[in-house]
Design a binder for this molecule. Structure first.
Ligand code: NAD
Length: 434
């Protein structure tokens, strides 16, 4: 099929590349000229494992092309995916302006009947508004079917998630459009849920809110474990064996970050508030998460009294491993608080430094050499569970730091391993090792 994807971000680019790989003729459109220029040279503007080779291959075969020109991109498309950003506004609600602008561009440039499929995460009711935009702006003789097709990929494993996702959700009012979308996805052999548009929109928010709830829940249990002398690792193991609970997302830590969970949880609270349904549970999940972000700095303060003039090594800037995305990364809150306490920070990350630098500038030192970050540090804070950090031999902390004191926000090390070294180790929900 002739597919156009609006937005060459984490979702749009992966969608475009993977549908081209599946044999479709794909055009990926973005408003950012520099992004498109990079992509035309086969370079991805962000890091995603396995993406660049597929990008190069499908560019070379002519299955995939890039454009900044809406007319060229939309004119003869049969399916258009909207995968533009839906960032958070100051009040926690969703900025839908990119969605609406993309819809205007589509309406003004199509020359064929088309299915417009919203992949971006949008509040319940948004696709109704998109439908009205087409009603008002499309050429009269053309038919536009609007379908909700929320995306569930995870950065860092996005390509794998495209091929091996748990489900595909298609929300449609028109069974014909739903059936075309089903055909498109059928070769992936992933279970497909066909439902109405509003339920599809809600499935995405409810899923992210539930996962966020699981994280905040286990973090609260971890904090409780510390107070009563239990070990969260044992607790998670025992809980996760219950199939009704499951072991996924039962990892305690410094809380969730990233470009989705923080904004999607707040958007759902807003959405609930708009219909006079205070979502108190989710409000608590958000509050617990924010509190958890500060946990390690609070613990460091408790240990040192004051952090003024202390040199801190922050290990990991990306919001999770295998990505260079730092949007809402917990590392940024940790760094901000350390600087407020008067610490000097050197941050290590294998790939996310350029993106972090755009947000926090030269207020800290950066290095891609983990030993360099640890050199002469008074304490280390682990913010991201990169393999490079998890597999760092523990004697490196002893060799490079002033004193080997680790605040591990991702429980990267087994306590029994730490116990073999003269290291002070504070982690989440487990006994401190002095
Ligand atoms: P992103 O910010 O990485 O990319 C969005 C892209 O859209 C940008 O490159 C921007 O220039 C482009 N854009 C904006 N207006 C445009 C227009 N009118 N026409 C063409 N391009 C335009 O965003 P993302 O992380 O890919 O997320 C996209 C959507 O998918 C969001 O709603 C997000 O919540 C959702 N989502 C994201 C993830 C994820 O892991 N990133 C996962 C699932 C769902």
């Amino acid at each position: 099929m002739r597919i156009t994807v609006a937005g060459a971000g984490n979702v749009g680019l992966v969608t475009a590349v993977c549908f081209a790989e599946a044999g479709h003729q794909v055009t990926c459109l973005d408003t950012q000229k520099e992004k498109i220029e990079m992509l035309e040279k086969g370079q991805s503007p962000f890091f995603e494992p396995g993406l660049e080779p597929l990008l190069e291959k499908n560019l070379a075969s002519g299955k995939l092309r890039f454009s900044t020109n809406p007319r060229q991109a939309y004119r003869d498309a049969e399916i258009i995916f909207i995968a533009v950003g839906t960032p958070e506004k100051k009040d926690g609600s969703v900025d839908l302006s990119y969605i609406y602008i993309a819809s205007y561009h589509i309406a003004e440039n199509i020359e064929n009947d088309v299915i417009v499929c919203t992949k971006s995460t949008v509040p319940v009711g948004t696709n109704e508004i998109i439908k009205q935009i087409f009603q008002n702006r499309k050429p009269r003789h053309l038919k536009v079917d609007v379908v909700s097709n929320p995306e569930f990929l995870r950065e860092g494993s996005a390509i794998m998630d495209f091929y091996l996702g748990d489900r595909i959700v298609i929300g449609a009012d028109n069974p014909e459009a739903a059936s075309i979308m089903e055909q498109l996805y059928l070769p992936l052999k992933i279970p497909i849920v066909v439902t109405d548009i509003k339920s599809a929109e809600m499935i995405k928010y409810a899923s992210n809110a539930f996962l966020a709830t699981k994280i905040s829940f286990i973090n609260e249990i971890a904090n409780l474990c510390e107070k009563v002398g239990a070990n969260i690792e044992e607790v998670c193991y025992g809980m996760g064996m219950d199939k009704r609970i499951g072991a996924n997302y039962l990892q305690p830590g410094v809380g969730y970050g990233g470009s989705c969970f923080p904004k999607d949880t707040k958007a759902l609270v807003q959405l609930a508030g708009n219909v006079q349904h205070p979502f108190e549970l989710l409000e608590s999940v958000i509050k617990v998460n924010q509190h958890q972000h500060s946990l390690l700095v609070r613990k460091a303060k408790e240990m040192f009294g004051s952090l003024k003039g202390k040199k801190a090594a922050v290990l990991g800037l990306a919001f999770k491993p295998e990505t260079d995305d730092v949007r809402e990364a917990v590392s940024l809150t940790i760094i901000k608080e350390l600087l407020e306490e008067g610490s000097m920070v050197t941050a290590y990350d294998p790939i996310a430094i350029p993106n972090a630098h755009k947000l926090i500038g030269n207020s800290i030192e950066y290095t891609t050499n983990i030993h360099e970050a640890l050199k002469e540090a008074d304490f280390a804070v682990i913010a991201t569970e990169w393999d490079q950090i998890k597999h760092l031999p523990l004697d490196a902390y002893i060799a490079y730091m002033k004193e080997p004191i680790i605040f591990d926000g991702r429980n990267c090390y087994a306590l029994k391993d730490i116990q073999r070294y003269p290291i002070t180790y504070v982690s989440i929900g487990r006994p401190t090792i002095l």
